[in-house]
Ligand binder design. Sequence first.
Ligand code: AMP
Length: 283
Amino acid sequence: MLIFKKSSDIIHHINQLKKKRKDIGFVPTMGALHAGHLSLIDTAKKKSNIVVCSIFVNPTQFNEPDDLKKYPRTVEKDTEMLLKVGCDILFLPEAAEIYPVGLDTTVDIDLGHLDKVLEGKHRKGHFAGVMQVVKRLLDIVQPHQLFMGQKDFQQFTIIDHMLKTLNIPTKLVVCPIIREEDGLAMSSRNVLLPEKDRKIVPLIHKTLEYIKKNLSKKTPDEMIKEGLQKLDIPEFEVEYLAIVDGTTLLPVKSFEDSNYIVALTAVRVGDVRLIDNVIIKNK
Ligand code: AMP
């Protein structure tokens, strides 16, 4: 596995690969890798000749300074994991490589309501930071395909919108959520959970699955009410539980409203904020 720290070096190397007609697959991450990240690498390997993974804890997408400070950083272990799964190139930039002085990296596109609901409502400026870093990384890596997880549902929806709006010739491939045995969606933040909280957080996924199982019996509003009751335990602070159209991210009033419906939630457990979602209808 080749490791690059300088943008100019990886750009040069990728240009050489492109001259040899290699198909580049790209997996951007913030590190503290787990099986969810590795599943993206695995899919990327199956669908492209060369897999590039980046690890960069992007400061501009953190709306809480403390969250950025606490974010787990395990670069050595990550590098070993990437080696083992056969990643070809690791891009490990410092902030100055991504945001060089004098380069305007902001992405100014109209997202309509896409960044105003759900995560966007609770994490001001988060998606502006996500678009900024992904656009900059795409400019550097110039991949044919970009691999992202369904875990961050609104994130891939917004990045898809950005790719289309800016006419970026990269295809987005969305990969399913990898979970722990008890259903908890894998996340780099899970290691920050104290043991007592780790035991109760599978309730988040259980609640989403309950909604999926019972959707034909009741209205979305009734299911949200029931879901909130299930999540109403002293350890949880639910930021939102929503049932929306998977494309517009707008709430559905009936399960007949759309052919593509997803239930999403964000829950604070102590200092840790967890998100999860389940596609409840897709046909
Ligand atoms: P992050 O390092 O959290 O920025 O995530 C990097 C990529 O991995 C994003 O596209 C995430 O959606 C994806 N990802 C994170 N957790 C999971 C998971 N449990 N299953 C599948 N993909 C995931």
